[in-house]
Write a protein that binds this ligand. Structure first.
Ligand SMILES: C[S@@+](CC[C@H](N)C(=O)[O-])C[C@H]1O[C@@H](n2cnc3c(N)ncnc32)[C@H](O)[C@@H]1O
Length: 212
């Protein structure tokens, strides 16, 4: 009689060839690098110690600057929007963040975040999904919100900035808007005018990078 495990492990699609089934299994010597190879040629960021992409998002001066402006991130709760491959997430964790929730919509990028996390071993919760709906619904409050390189992805950046406001708690020291696209500039201006949000509220009540 076939055991439960026989049934699970021999399950294959009707049209699967022996070769295609074998290709699902790695025969490499187990190593953290193997997971990176699953996304060979697709990496954007340069993951330390692993042949990956070109961009230095794991040692990004903007995040160092931000950490400094805030007087450190030790113990702070952080919501990160659009981590891509977890480079900034890793920096925030190394800076001592207490809790990091990081929301990524791109399925492949989300999986790369998990690969990075498994290899570099840092504390963060990565969620796959659209942060716009999270920002609208969540009752959770954060000390710090990092939205770097995402504003220009938005069809309605003003709405995103307004929704971000509700996810922030009271801890705050600084804000900086980086970027020069028209949408970012327009969004920043509109945010200051947002009803119930006094001019400079972003500066007073949030730590945030809005990078275009
Ligand atoms: C240009 S990358 C920025 C990556 C990183 N934060 C940085 O500053 O280098 C934008 C990231 O945001 C993600 N993203 C865009 N819209 C999103 C959404 N609505 N919800 C979640 N992630 C989103 C993209 O998939 C991508 O990983």
């Amino acid at each position: 009689m076939r055991t439960f495990f026989d049934r699970i492990f021999s399950r294959k699609p009707a049209n699967a060839t022996a070769e295609s089934v074998i290709s699902l299994y790695s025969q490499d010597y187990p190593s953290p690098d193997n997971a990176f190879k699953l996304f060979e040629g697709e990496w954007t960021s340069k993951v330390p110690g692993v042949p990956t992409g070109q961009i230095d998002l794991f040692s990004d001066g903007r995040i160092d600057w931000l950490t400094q402006q805030c007087g450190g991130l030790s113990g702070k709760s952080i919501l990160e929007l659009g981590p891509l491959e977890g480079g900034h997430t890793h920096m925030l964790a190394k800076a001592g963040a207490g809790r990091i929730l990081s929301i990524e919509a791109n399925r492949q990028a989300f999986l790369r975040c998990l690969v990075v996390q498994a290899a570099l071993k840092f504390d963060a919760e990565f969620l796959l999904g659209d942060f716009r709906s999270y920002l609208k619904d969540t009752e959770e409050r954060f000390d710090f919100l990092l939205a770097s390189g995402v504003l220009y992805h938005m069809t309605n950046p003003e709405e995103m900035l307004a929704d971000m406001r509700f996810s922030l708690g009271s801890w705050a020291t600084a804000a900086k808007a980086i970027g020069s696209t028209a949408s970012a500039t327009r969004a920043k201006r509109r945010y200051r005018e947002y009803p119930g949000c006094p001019a400079g509220q972003l500066v007073k009540s949030a730590c945030c990078i809005v990078a275009a």
